[in-house]
Design a protein around this ligand. Structure first.
Ligand SMILES: CC(C)(COP(=O)(O)OP(=O)(O)OC[C@H]1O[C@@H](n2cnc3c(N)ncnc32)[C@H](O)[C@@H]1OP(=O)(O)O)[C@@H](O)C(=O)NCCC(=O)NCCS
Length: 175
């Protein structure tokens, strides 16, 4: 029923830093089920790289996901990826849909908007300890590329990583 909802990817500005910081707390809390993440003494996880998204605009791309005008999540992308030495590759650094909006196609739509906004070679790294994210990315990337993506498994601690690699180009329809 995704198409009944309007999903938008908005470039986040410094004015959105507080909002993104709050959403990152919810995201890291979700991920702390799979990763050993400790909360700080102030009751926050913190995300020290957030400010870089505005000080390094040539290689960091922050977006808010809105669904029918409401905040539904965010996507943080970088140029350059921990999974390759190629500095031109785009990487999905962080990606989050609020629970209220899950399983209604918001993530699928936002991912396609992201890859279409930044055409080029993309890498998506997913922890195998994140059981919902594996079928999500495998399905969405498979649909987007028509099965043309490569998927490798890399060792990781505490869980292995699934690393998807594919091309996005102007031929991809986002409407
Ligand atoms: C993973 C996440 C982004 C998915 O967002 P979403 O908006 O719920 O995803 P969609 O509704 O677009 O799902 C598209 C398809 O992916 C698959 N999928 C999505 N979530 C799934 C889950 N938890 N378990 C199994 N399959 C899932 C389904 O095939 C789904 O289609 P369907 O609902 O018609 O069956 C969201 O659950 C999330 O933010 N999780 C916490 C943060 C996270 O893990 N981020 C990814 C880090 S790599």
């Amino acid at each position: 029923m995704a198409d009944l909802h309007e999903v938008i990817l908005d470039a986040a500005t410094t004015a959105d830093a507080g909002l993104l910081s709050n959403l990152l707390e919810l995201y890291i809390y979700d991920l702390s089920e799979a990763f050993r993440v400790e909360i700080g003494a102030d009751g926050r996880f913190g995300y020290s790289k957030l400010a870089l998204y505005w000080s390094e605009p040539e290689r960091r791309f922050p977006f808010l996901i809105r669904c029918d005008g409401r905040i539904a999540g965010f996507a943080l992308a970088t140029r350059g990826s921990p999974a390759t030495d190629d500095p031109s590759v785009f990487d999905v650094a962080e990606f989050f849909v609020l629970r209220r909006h899950r399983r209604s196609g918001v993530g699928r739509r936002a991912a396609v908007l992201l890859w279409s906004r930044l055409p080029g070679r993309w890498i998506v790294r997913v922890s195998e300890g994140n059981p919902g994210a594996i079928p999500f990315w495998a399905g969405v990337i498979g649909e987007f590329t028509g099965g043309a993506a490569t998927a490798l498994t890399r060792p990781g601690d505490p869980h292995a990583w699934r690393v998807f690699s594919f091309e996005s180009g102007p031929q991809h329809i986002t409407g």
